[in-house]
Design a protein around this ligand. Structure first.
Ligand SMILES: Nc1ncnc2c1ncn2[C@@H]1O[C@H](COP(=O)(O)OP(=O)(O)OP(=O)(O)O)[C@@H](O)[C@H]1O
Length: 240
């Protein structure tokens, strides 16, 4: 992992009418890292992902990619620059084959696309390449979505709750696929995830937000032992 920053948020806020979903968020994402993003329901995690990937334009502050401002850039333009996203509910094109879904991903990418065969090898999708994407199981659909994202040739992939709905064995399998993608392509991964123990195993650092505000950003061992984080998840400590 290098210490060079690939993306920075500077004082980012997102208001929906009078409601502040994000307030004054500032932090950096390091090139090559796996950054976990966690926080209670409604903390603003999905809003944050959308602000980073172009689904939402923040109402204040700046988003920088490689030092250049991309705050108002739409999703397709960010994708062409190397910013991809996978969604909580797998968005595959059910009537196309698995291979065709990966090729659709390629058609949205920029100039630095990864080798198709290497994506198939990393994702392990080889045995189901000719199957209709709507017929495969949840893990395979999540893997197709990641494969299609990788096919765009991203430098950073934002993943919204990638482990949701998977059992313990499937979580291990999917985490390994994510790790292989990171090793092979040097891609930076940002994962919003409720399963904080699983997140701690794969993430280099974890960002905690609450009520749209920055709480802490550090190594998993530090974050999981942070009193404020424990309080957010478990409630205030009471003297016996
Ligand atoms: N388009 C919108 N209009 C109004 N309020 C919104 C909109 N999108 C999100 N919100 C509100 O912003 C807050 C943050 O939502 P967000 O989905 O980002 O939280 P989250 O941390 O991803 O939650 P969860 O863990 O439950 O998925 C919530 O209170 C939500 O109701």
């Amino acid at each position: 992992m290098t210490s060079q920053n690939i993306m920075s948020l500077e004082g980012v806020g997102m208001q929906f009418g009078p409601f502040h979903a994000l307030s004054e968020l500032s932090f950096e994402i390091k090139a090559g890292e796996v950054l976990g993003v966690a926080g209670p329901n409604g903390a603003g995690k999905s809003t944050l992902l959308n602000v980073c990937t172009g689904g939402l334009c923040p109402t204040s502050g700046k988003v920088l990619f490689d030092g250049r401002e991309i705050t108002g850039l739409p999703r397709h333009a960010r994708c062409a620059q190397g910013i991809a996203m996978t969604f909580q509910i797998p968005t595959v094109i059910s009537s196309l084959t698995v291979a065709e879904n990966l090729l659709v991903g390629r058609s949205f990418g920029g100039s630095h696309q990864h080798d198709f065969d290497q994506i198939v090898e990393i994702t392990g999708l080889g045995p189901v390449l000719d199957a209709e994407a709507g017929t495969v199981d949840l893990l395979a659909r999540k893997t197709i979505m990641l494969g299609a994202a990788l096919a765009t040739g991203p430098r950073i992939v934002f993943m919204d709750e990638p482990l949701g709905g998977l059992n313990a064995e499937e979580i291990q399998d999917f985490v390994q696929i994510i790790d292989r993608a990171r090793q092979a392509f040097g891609v930076t991964i940002v994962m919003v995830e409720h399963k904080i123990r699983a997140l701690a195993e794969i993430a280099d650092r974890i960002l905690i937000i609450n009520f749209g505000k920055f709480v802490c950003l550090d190594r998993p061992s530090v974050v999981l032992n942070d009193d404020h984080v424990v309080e957010i998840y478990l409630g205030k400590k009471h003297d016996a």
